[in-house]
Structure formats: C-alpha cells, structure tokens
Design a protein around this ligand. Sequence first.
Ligand SMILES: NCc1[nH]cc(CCC(=O)O)c1CC(=O)O
Length: 296
Amino acid sequence: MKRKIRVGSRDSKLAVMQTELVMEAIRRADPEIELELITLKTTGDMILDKTLDKIGGKGLFVKELDQALMDGRIDLAVHSLKDMPMEINEELPIVACAKRGDPRDVLVLPKGAKPGSYYLVKVGSSSPRRQLQLQILYPIIHLESVRGNIMTRLKKLDDGEYSALVLAAAGLQRVGLQERIYKYFSTDEIIPAAGQGILAVQARKDLDVAFLEQVNDPTTALAATAERSFVRTLDGGCSSPIAAHAVIQDSELRLKGLYYREETQEYRIGETSGPAERAEKLGEELALRLKEELGG
Ligand SMILES: NCc1[nH]cc(CCC(=O)O)c1CC(=O)O
C-alpha cells in the first residue's frame, strides 16, 4: 500500500515553490510515496499593515501550520527556516534541513531602471537586520518599511513606491525572478538572517521520517544550529537587528554574527570557528562574547 504524506505550506507563491522543491526531493528519495500539498493562510500573511515586531513576531507565520500538524490534518510542514521562531514546540521538531540555497541579500531596482542609476532614497526593507547594515554600508541611505510577500513588494517597487528593495536572493531565485537581481551583497557586506536560504521540514515527533534522510543535508543542519544558537542565546526577537551566518568547510565551522544592543544603540560584529559538531556551543560562545563586549 502506497504511503501518503500530506505536506503543509503557507499559501504565498514563494512558500508553495519552496514546498514543491522539498516534495521533489522526497519523490527523488522515494518514488513510492504519494504526496499531497495542502496550503494554509497564516496570521502573518494576513496582517500586512504592520511590521512584524508590532504583530508578535515570527510565530505568526507558523501557528496555523503547527496546529494542522498537531491535529493530524498535515504530516509535514515546510518553512523558510529564517521565518521560524527560535523556540520550537518539542512535539513538532525540525526533522530535516534541505541543502542551503543562496544565503545572500540583494538589491532590486524598478523594472526598466537604467543600470547604475539607483538612488538611496526610499529603499524598501522592513528588516531591522538589513536596515542597520545598509546604514553602515550607505550612511546617507533613506529606508522605508515594506510588508507583503515578494510579489506584492515587487509590484510596489515597480509602481514607483520605492527606488529600490533589499530582498533575499533565495526568494527571488525560487520564484523564478532572479533576473530582477541588480546587485548581490556579500555575506560580509550584509550578514544574512539566521537560517536564510534554508528550507526546514517540521513533523510530529512520532512520525517515521526515514524517507527524509536523503532530503536532509547534515552540513546545512549544523550551520542552522550554530546560527540559531547565536540568536537564541541573545534572545533575539524579530525586532532586533541580529544576524548570523555559518560556513562549514572540511568539518570546520566558521560563524559570523552581529549583535545590536538596543539600550546603548551599539553593535558588534564578531567571528568564531571550531569543529562543526560544536555548532550549538560555537553559536552560544560567540553570542556571549559579543554581549559581554557591549556590556549587556
Ligand atoms: N519573510 C520573508 C522571507 N522568508 C524567507 C525568504 C527568502 C527565502 C529564504 O531566506 O529561505 C523571504 C523573502 C526575503 O527575505 O526577501
């Protein structure tokens, strides 16, 4: 008898494209499994007139999917890891991280803009992490918040509401709009969000997930562990400009992190490296070091 797996996803174009990528990987690993895509609207997708920090943070992008997992209406949920809260219901663990996509942030110009003629006035980004690092890169920049999914943001850009946007490369690539990318920021120019470019699969902890072994990329999972440990240790909500990016080479993990202290409006950028299996500890140690350097 064919095993049937119901895969839950937010209903944005990006979320569905990402979930289909994971479903393709599952089919490649086990063609016998029957997969059904089930999309759900999440609260975070419906409240579009407020910035995330004003509506309770990242949990609003996962609550409905968590409930559907608990109710047994879906068997898996696929998320952009960077949109998942650092604290996860232990009944609903992350059971796989697919191989990381492009982690970088990029600059996008309005359709038809002449190359080289971009202005740093009314640059759209709602991410405190991007805003802080853009101000460091371009002290004269004028930033404005922008909400909505990728397609909504691009329409606002092309309708003249912004002179440029800063978005994630992976998002544009996955919806087939990589040609809109005008400039890539290196991960040193703008340190990505923890988990940026990573697709995470969540399931009820009692589900037999052996079929996900070939979907999971252990190197990506260790990088995600270090980055999320850094943010969790700093207790970073979505309103604080915390950034973390880990790269693993020959079992050596290098982690770069940015910590911003609200009270003093100071930030620190630091790096650490060590054996990849120490990912959790490396994240914690770097976070504590930066916190101490900033006195709090
Ligand atoms: N909350 C927005 C969001 N969540 C995940 C991605 C991109 C895909 C990824 O980082 O895996 C994006 C779009 C963006 O930041 O421009």
